[in-house]
Write a protein that binds this ligand. Structure first.
Ligand SMILES: [Zn+2]
Length: 266
């Protein structure tokens, strides 16, 4: 056992025993991990208020190398992201981000870059200056890149040529696009299924947007947010790709759709 200090974002908490909770968090130095916070369900707990989901804190941990459950000893607040939690639409978008982290990251495999991406995305949602759908899309593209499972967007995966057609066909099983000149597994007008193979029609603008996002920082796009149609199409491609390669469907997306219907879109 060692005593460690690390920055962390609280992702989830579940009751544990009579008075405690298990806290799931993304830490800068240890990656995704779970820690017990003792006595935090008692009113007298001073630790409890720092362990609310979507708070960035500095933690002191009793870290056990031979276990997957550690002990949270102290916490101090770095960023409470108050605005984000008081706005239903921004909150719904941050929950989708949190679910991506919870379900796509391997446990205790630290990535300071993924940590920074999470904090930056929550900060942007908290400030509200950049469209929340755009923040979420950028987060998803960048996360897939950092995890090494991003779709290939640079050109045709067979011949390498630039994608010049107005509409291009994305094959999740291939992890990329196949141009019109190359023999496809098959070609189809719409997202559909044939012999188990699925494909997705994607406009050229969507490919360009995803390419840009994978390279640039989120803020530099802030003033010129693309239209909702482009964002939806790009999101669908990423969802398809993630589902095919990791078998993961992000459940909070449905909650997000409902939140959009109720609270409207800017
Ligand atoms: Zn080709």
């Amino acid at each position: 056992m060692s005593i460690e200090t690390t920055d962390a974002v609280i992702l989830k908490q579940t009751p544990f025993g009579e008075t405690s909770r298990i806290i799931t968090l993304l830490s800068r130095d240890f990656g995704l991990l779970r820690g017990v916070a003792k006595g935090v369900r008692q009113q007298s707990s001073r630790l409890a208020r720092f362990l609310e989901p979507l708070t960035e804190v500095e933690l002191v941990l009793y870290y056990y190398t031979d276990r997957d459950l550690h002990l949270i000893s102290k916490a101090s607040e770095l960023n409470p992201f108050h605005q984000l939690r008081s706005n239903p639409l921004r909150l719904a978008h941050s929950l989708v981000i949190v679910e991506h982290v919870l379900r796509l990251l391997p446990p205790e495999d630290p990535s300071p870059q993924i940590y920074e991406l999470l904090v930056e995305s929550l900060r942007l949602l908290d400030e509200g200056a950049v469209n929340e759908r755009f923040v979420l899309l950028a987060f998803r593209v960048k996360l897939l890149h950092l995890l090494g499972i991003a779709p290939r967007l640079e050109g045709c995966i067979t011949c390498g040529k630039k994608l010049t057609s107005r509409v291009n066909i994305f094959f999740p099983s291939q992890g990329g696009f196949i141009c019109e000149e190359c023999p496809p597994p098959w070609r189809e007008g719409r997202m559909t299924e044939r012999g188990g193979e699925r494909a997705l029609r994607v406009r050229r603008e969507v490919v360009a947007l995803l390419n840009q996002l994978s390279k640039g920082d989120i803020v530099s796009f802030g003033g010129k947010t693309p239209g909702g149609g482009l964002l939806s199409e790009a999101g669908r491609l990423l969802g398809f790709h993630t589902n095919y390669h990791l078998g993961v469907n992000i459940r909070s997306e449905r909650f997000l759709e409902e939140a959009r219907e109720v609270y409207g879109e800017k």
